[in-house]
Design a protein around this ligand. Structure first.
Ligand SMILES: [Zn+2]
Length: 319
């Protein structure tokens, strides 16, 4: 039995790999640009090369590798073997990547949705290491999520659970990237926050940010820290929308912990305060009082660590 797992976070921009020890520590890391428009064969070759390269660079023997954990965006089949479709890798359809990796390296591999993998990382060695149930929300361009119940990832009947961003909070609300209207993602993702901010400017609200074409969530955040009232207001409103999502989660699952991660948590307490206020106001007291709301501890590493952890969990080597 080896000592390391290779955890891979397959993103549309970067393909990131880490050599992860059995304690969940990344001892070596490597990242390359994803050739996202390449055909499946070319991208699998990129993954294979990344694995060979990290083994070489870290000076470990192939026999020291337990296997590979792969976190991928998009839809994964019920058995956890095939990437059916990934929005970031438009040419990837029905790719049996688990089998390809297993055959190539003659080692076990698990394939997990990237948000699920990240949630498992936080549960394994991050913010949630002392709880047995948590829900994680990834707050970025879109909103993703992962659910852990009873020390296990909850994948649902068809491996598509935890689409938290597509929780509908307003039947006739703004259009979402998924085609529905009124999803929480259409109100509280970074993209939606920028849209609402631009609407505020159009309505005549004054702000230190004038050129609406250039505005990003990061720019709004920086302006808010400088005291810009419109920016503070839009972040606060985003927090209130997220608070509504958290109330729904608390009422359905009553988890021990809700972990927030992704680029938007850079707003820190500006985002957290309204989330806490709304959950306190609107959730049943028994549903929220023992649920801790925290920021992620592993940040961008959660995907790599969690993917590795998913393999150890499947092989029953870790918790
Ligand atoms: Zn949606």
């Amino acid at each position: 039995m080896g000592n390391y797992v290779i955890g891979i976070d397959l993103g549309g921009t970067n393909l990131k790999a880490g050599l992860v020890d059995k304690g969940g520590k990344i001892t070596h890391r490597l990242s390359i640009k994803t050739n996202y428009n390449a055909d499946p064969q070319a991208i699998s070759n990129q993954i294979f090369e990344l694995i060979y390269e990290i083994i070489k660079e870290a000076h470990v023997k192939k026999s020291d590798i337990i296997g590979v954990g792969l976190g991928s965006p998009g839809l994964i089949d019920k058995k956890g073997e095939t990437i059916i479709f990934s929005p970031n890798l438009p040419r990837w359809r029905n790719i049996p990547i688990k089998l390809l990796v297993t055959e190539r390296f003659n080692a076990p591999c698990v394939l997990e949705n990237d948000a699920n993998a990240a949630a498992w990382g936080e549960k394994w060695v991050g913010a949630g290491k002392d709880v047995s149930s948590l829900v994680m929300l990834t707050l970025g361009t879109g909103i993703g999520g992962g659910i852990v119940i009873g020390n296990k990832l909850w994948r649902g009947a068809n491996n598509v659970a935890a689409e938290i961003g597509h929780m509908i909070i307003q039947m006739d609300g703004p259009k979402c990237s998924c085609g529905n209207n009124g999803c929480i993602e259409a109100y509280a993702s970074a993209t939606a926050m920028v849209r609402r901010f631009k609407e505020l400017l159009k309505s005549g609200v004054s702000s230190s940010l004038k050129d609406s074409r250039e505005i990003t969530a990061k720019i709004i955040n920086d302006a808010a820290f400088q005291g810009d009232k419109a920016s503070l207001d839009v972040i606060e409103e985003t927090g209130r929308y997220l608070g509504i999502a958290l109330v729904n989660i608390m009422h359905i699952l009553n988890p021990e912990m809700i972990v927030l991660t992704g680029g938007m948590i850079g707003s820190g307490e500006l985002l957290m305060n309204p989330i806490r206020q709304v959950t306190k106001q609107k959730a049943f007291e028994a549903s929220y009082k023992d649920t801790k709301i925290v920021f992620s501890q592993l940040g961008n590493d959660a995907g790599i660590i969690g993917a590795a952890g998913c393999l150890l969990k499947e092989l029953e080597i870790s918790v």
